[in-house]
Design a binder for this molecule. Structure first.
Ligand SMILES: O=C(O)c1cc(=O)[nH]c(=O)n1[C@@H]1O[C@H](COP(=O)(O)O)[C@@H](O)[C@H]1O
Length: 233
């Protein structure tokens, strides 16, 4: 049975063993898991097989950003390994996103395909340094509309932009939001953050949570506290 929980736990570990040790403490009925660049680069597809074997739905977060043909092939490869969700950078443009979507459709693959808008670690000054002179909210809006028009199932954005995107793109357009920080947690390298309950209230469809759970003294207690916060609304 797929989970109905909006929680996606980021397994940002440096080894397969460490990631599986965490996964073995999690319940696939209560959350999904995310495999990102560090873990995948170290473990390769073995980690996907191991997590699928434990009945987890997996978000493969490799943020593909390349020419259309290359990204389409990478997205196909991910989907053929049975992942629940995969992502690309919206900054790769319309033709790149369309090629990726088209490849999934051609092969009858139902993996969710979403696009990263503006990384949650970036603030206005970071955008300015890379030549983007508008606010993160404006840039997210522009890229989300492009992603929607290019056939994406949704976007990665911060929860701070979720409400605006819900109004623009509707409830069915996925809004996957990292930068989730319970009130007592450190922001770390994240810049556009929100608490779990506030993020759901703002229209996030899925919450990506990493260090507040994985680096907690008691990860299960930290996860339960987030679940309790969400249940209380
Ligand atoms: O695509 C992502 O998942 C992602 C996009 C983004 O804009 N910001 C972001 O933090 N992420 C990922 O979400 C996770 C957040 O982890 P924590 O900051 O530890 O909660 C990390 O695995 C990031 O790679």
């Amino acid at each position: 049975m797929p989970t109905v929980s909006p929680l996606i736990i980021a397994l940002d570990y440096a080894s397969l063993d460490a990631a599986l040790c965490m996964a073995d403490r999690l319940d696939p009925a209560r959350c999904r898991v995310k495999v990102g660049k560090e873990l995948f680069t170290r473990s390769g597809p073995d980690v996907l097989e191991a997590l699928h074997g434990r009945c987890f739905e997996v978000f493969l977060d490799l943020k593909f950003h390349d020419i259309p043909n290359t990204v389409a092939g990478a997205v196909q490869a991910a989907a053929e390994q049975g992942v629940w969700m995969v992502n690309v950078h919206a900054g790769g443009g319309r033709r790149m996103m369309e090629a990726a979507k088209q490849r999934l459709v051609q092969h009858g693959l139902s993996t969710h395909l979403i696009a990263v808008t503006v990384l949650t670690s970036m603030a206005a000054e970071d955008l300015a340094e890379v030549g983007v002179g508008v606010s993160p909210a404006e840039q997210v809006e522009r890229l989300a509309i492009l992603a929607r028009d290019s056939g994406m199932d949704g976007v990665v954005c911060s929860a701070q932009e979720a409400e605006r995107l819900r109004a623009l793109c509707g409830d069915g357009f996925l809004k996957v939001t990292p930068g989730i920080r319970p009130a007592t947690a450190e922001a770390g390298d994240q810049r556009r953050v929100m608490t779990p309950a506030a993020a759901m209230g703002a229209g996030s469809t899925h919450l990506v949570v990493g260090r507040p759970v994985t680096q907690a003294d008691d990860p299960m207690a930290a996860l339960s506290a987030i679940e309790a916060e969400l249940a209380a609304g």
